[in-house]
Write a protein that binds this ligand. Structure first.
Ligand SMILES: Nc1ncnc2c1ncn2[C@@H]1O[C@H](COP(=O)(O)OP(=O)(O)OP(=O)(O)O)[C@@H](O)[C@H]1O
Length: 321
């Protein structure tokens, strides 16, 4: 892929909590990332994979133990005064004072943000909180709190937006509305880096994504590229009087009960072989079904902390392998 101007870049990024040795824990273990201007990049991984620890380094909230971070060409920790006005940050929990109203919170937040130029009413309307201006933060629902967090990340019209699990706690409508808003921001040229546990969110929004496991990036690519690393599946049943052993040797088939499954990167070739065989042998393939892998399958194969067992069905004797 032709990558334009790089606005987020990490090289050999590491972050350790606590001391060297047994007493400490290395949450980020050599992460290399590049995000181009205008891209929407999703960081995925199971709980504890190191997403937030990485994000906090990109946001300049903490200093890496080793490696480098550049955001808009600067070190976000050392050159915070240069980077902060041009970035928006939505933390996993905003932590705004519970007793303040939405409007008071927004005014207070704007006071702390050097680049805040956007009218408050516009920002609150963008996240659907315009009619909640006088409500106290403690009275907001979980999803409304996330919208307030998002609104506060937008006050400075950021060039780069960091979103840590932006739609967690939102209902389906709130999630759709947030996706729409993020799409609009991206269309206007904002670079967005988000973490999420919703694979559909990554699939819907991301130009590219990375899957982290135990502090490392396992894979980077577009959702389609990452999904394509997993084989497609062809499933069917054979009539009772047809043994699976008769299937052509070229088909990597496995049996689970009476169901036969072929996993293949070449679904067209496997189907052709299978259908020609069935025609020549006059065998009826029952409940025949072929489908591509999903991002969820790729995620489960790549993201699990044990990195071990997969969900492959057991190959059964009598079936060509
Ligand atoms: N302050 C800390 N001190 C020690 N260990 C920490 C600290 N913060 C995080 N960790 C550990 O670092 C690892 C990575 O945590 P991190 O929050 O970055 O993961 P994550 O991928 O964002 O997870 P989640 O999806 O649950 O938010 C975890 O094992 C966590 O327990």
């Amino acid at each position: 892929m032709d990558i334009g101007e790089t606005v987020i870049e990490t090289t050999g990024l590491r972050r350790r909590y606590g001391p060297e040795g047994d007493g400490g824990f290395e949450a980020v273990r050599g992460v290399d990332l590049r995000v181009a201007r205008g891209e929407l990049f999703a960081l995925l991984g199971v709980n504890g994979a190191g997403k937030t620890s990485t994000l906090e380094l990109l946001e300049g909230l903490e200093r890496p133990t080793a490696g480098t971070v550049r955001v808009l060409g600067h070190d976000p920790y050392r050159d915070r005064a240069l980077v902060r006005p041009r970035t928006g940050i939505m933390l996993q929990a905003g932590g705004f004072p519970a007793e303040l109203t939405v409007l008071e919170t927004a005014r207070m937040w704007i006071g702390t943000h050097p680049g805040a130029t956007r009218p408050l009413d516009e920002v609150l309307a963008a996240v659907g909180l315009a009619d909640r201006r006088r409500v106290r933060v403690k009275q907001l629902s979980g999803g409304e709190k996330r919208r307030l967090d998002l609104a506060m990340a937008l006050v400075g019209r950021p060039e780069v937006l960091f979103l840590d699990e932006p739609t967690t706690g939102m209902d389906a409508e709130g999630r759709q509305a947030t996706w729409e808003l993020v799409r609009e921001l991206r269309a206007a040229g904002t670079t967005v880096l988000l973490t999420t546990h919703y694979l559909e969110e990554a699939e819907q929004l991301a130009d590219r994504l990375a899957i982290m496991r135990a502090g490392r990036v396992e894979i980077t690519g577009s959702p389609a590229e990452v999904t394509a690393t997993r084989p497609a599946r062809v499933r069917f049943r054979l009539p009772d009087d047809v043994s699976p052993a008769r299937l052509p040797l070229a088909l990597p088939a496995a049996a689970e009960g009476d169901r036969i499954e072929i996993r293949t990167q070449d679904v067209q070739g496997a189907l052709t072989t299978l259908l020609l065989w069935a025609r020549d042998e006059r065998v009826e393939l029952l409940d025949l079904d072929a489908r591509s892998a999903t991002l969820e399958e790729a995620f489960l194969a790549l993201a699990r902390q044990d990195g071990g067992a997969t969900d492959e069905p057991a190959a059964t004797s009598g079936v060509a392998a």
